[in-house]
Design a protein around this ligand. Structure first.
Ligand SMILES: C[S@@+](CC[C@H](N)C(=O)[O-])C[C@H]1O[C@@H](n2cnc3c(N)ncnc32)[C@H](O)[C@@H]1O
Length: 220
């Protein structure tokens, strides 16, 4: 899963992103996203942070939720809009060119679910801390946070293996895109620090990718 850093190359050609991603992950990400979105229910209000081409957004809409997908990349959003139109989900979905820095404009306690796939690893540590704090503010009491992303392994041997695989990929990605991703360090701790309660944590075998489900406490 260290290969997720190559996502940055795919993002620079948004029209080929979905096909490239499927090849890169051998379809694993589709299964992960299917599982991640399973708690979403009809009628819920959902925010997809860093929605890209809308893989999570469309899944949530298919479950009958009303979804807002935000992303800073207009090309990725155009692909997402086309996919939503083709699937006839346009009425249930709003796509906005908006970064995490603008989450302050979302009303408090307005979402049942906030989800994010492979976006936290594109944020700086400060952006991620701010984003998690904002997620806690905009979630309704008892609301859900659903995340799937690349993380830094805790186990030293896995961390070494992850680094050895990742460094050449980071160099290739940086040469092509002048950007890279940062496998998230201590994601569960950061989620807890933001005031959310972890409900489940599903790392892969190498410990460098995780599915995390957390909940905002009910009002006391
Ligand atoms: C690897 S893609 C994942 C897209 C989609 N969630 C998926 O799983 O296919 C990461 C996305 O995060 C977006 N992104 C990066 N930084 C962002 C920010 N500060 N605010 C909002 N979106 C951001 C990128 O533009 C990109 O579309």
């Amino acid at each position: 899963m260290s290969t997720y850093v190559l996502m940055k190359i795919l993002e620079s050609t948004a029209s080929r992103y979905d096909r490239g991603l499927r090849l890169l992950t051998l379809g694993r990400l589709d299964r992960i996203y299917e599982h991640l979105t399973s708690p979403i229910k009809r009628g819920q209000k959902v925010l997809d942070i860093g929605c890209g081409t809308g893989s999570l957004t469309l899944r949530a809409a298919a479950k009958g939720a009303t979804v807002k997908g935000i992303d800073v990349n207009p090309e990725m959003l155009s692909v997402a809009r086309r996919r939503a139109e083709a699937a006839r989900f346009s009425p249930e979905i709003e796509f906005a060119e908006m970064g995490v820095a603008e989450l302050g404009s979302e009303p408090p306690e307005s979402y049942d679910v906030v989800m994010s796939g492979l976006c936290f690893s594109e944020l700086t540590a400060d952006e991620l801390a701010y984003t998690l704090k904002e997620i806690n503010r905009i979630l309704k009491p008892g609301g859900w946070l659903l995340v799937a992303d690349e993380v830094r392994p805790q186990n030293p041997l896995k961390w070494l293996a992850h680094g050895l695989i990742r460094i050449p990929l980071v160099v290739i990605t940086y040469i092509i895109t002048q950007t890279t991703t940062h496998a998230v360090k201590d994601l569960p701790e950061k989620v807890r620090e933001a005031g959310l309660i972890i409900k489940s944590l599903k790392p892969n075998k190498l410990g460098d990718f995780v599915e995390l489900v957390a909940r905002k406490p009910e009002r006391q």
